[in-house]
Design a protein around this ligand. Structure first.
Ligand SMILES: *Cc1c(COP(=O)(O)O)cnc(C)c1O
Length: 247
């Protein structure tokens, strides 16, 4: 059974403890899609959001998201090394392990499907060695703080609205319009003008039938001033479009 520690679209998190209880009771493997939130434990103030993740048999994480690793670096952590190796270990006559020498120990190939694989683990390991895990925790907390800051500004502005709860580092919002169809037209045009003018690159999404813009905070350079400027640009462009529509 798979629980999600932060969905891609909105950052929503499953009740991982409840899923862990169910899996334990029924004897089911518990996997967590932690591509975004699997690393939340590094940020002490937010670790509680993924309570129960430690009971998973496996957790997928995407270091190229919240660990700032250059593309690409998908990874999975597996609790039971024997089950892990029993799944992938395969030694042809040309790949026999020895007690000593060059091929003593574990083959990297025995950890997964690939044989002549890219050594992605190195760049992740080096980043931890160089920066330390606490720093990644601080960056995660900063991104969540920025998302909350942006959500606060949106809630305080009667021309803007959130169309999904802000649980993590993802903000789904839109400029208000007369109805859902008008909203889609207006907000798509806002997005395209922001992109074409080189101001910002939000994308759009739809959550339970509501369409709007989606911002995911992931960049260590983003500051509150960037959000202030971005929302000013959104309001300015919206005004422009509404004026055009009226004329
Ligand atoms: C990003 C993501 C994935 C996988 O995306 P890749 O970029 O292909 O690694 C899976 N699940 C969630 C929740 C994600 O956010």
């Amino acid at each position: 059974m798979i629980g999600t520690a932060g969905t891609t679209n909105t950052g929503a998190i499953d009740d991982l403890t409840a899923i862990a209880d169910l899996c334990e009771r029924e004897g089911i493997w518990f996997h967590v899609d932690g591509c975004i939130g699997g690393v939340l434990r590094l940020a002490p103030d937010h670790a509680h959001l993924v309570a129960g993740i430690e009971r998973a048999g496996s957790v997928a994480i995407d270091p190229h998201k919240w660990l700032h690793t250059p593309f690409e670096a998908g990874a999975v952590l597996i609790k039971d090394p024997e089950a892990h190796f029993a799944t992938f270990e395969m030694h042809g006559p040309y790949l026999q392990l020895q007690e000593r020498g060059m091929i003593a120990g574990k083959f990297l190939a025995d950890y997964g499907l690939e044989l002549s694989r890219g050594f992605r683990a190195l760049k992740i390991w080096m980043a931890f060695k160089e920066q330390g895990s606490a720093k990644f925790g601080r960056l995660i907390a900063k991104d969540i703080g920025l998302a909350r800051y942006m959500a606060g500004k949106i809630e305080a502005d009667s021309l803007l609205e959130l169309f999904a709860p802000v649980d993590l580092n993802i903000v789904c919002f839109r400029h208000v319009a007369a109805d859902e169809d008008a909203s889609r037209v207006l907000n798509t045009e806002i997005m395209l003008r922001l992109q074409e003018r080189g101001l910002a690159v939000p994308l759009d999404t739809t959550v339970q039938g509501k369409h709007g813009l989606r911002c995911a905070f992931n960049n260590h350079r983003t500051r509150r001033e960037d959000i202030d400027g971005f929302l000013d640009d959104v309001l300015h462009i919206a005004k422009e479009i509404i004026a055009e529509q009226a004329s």
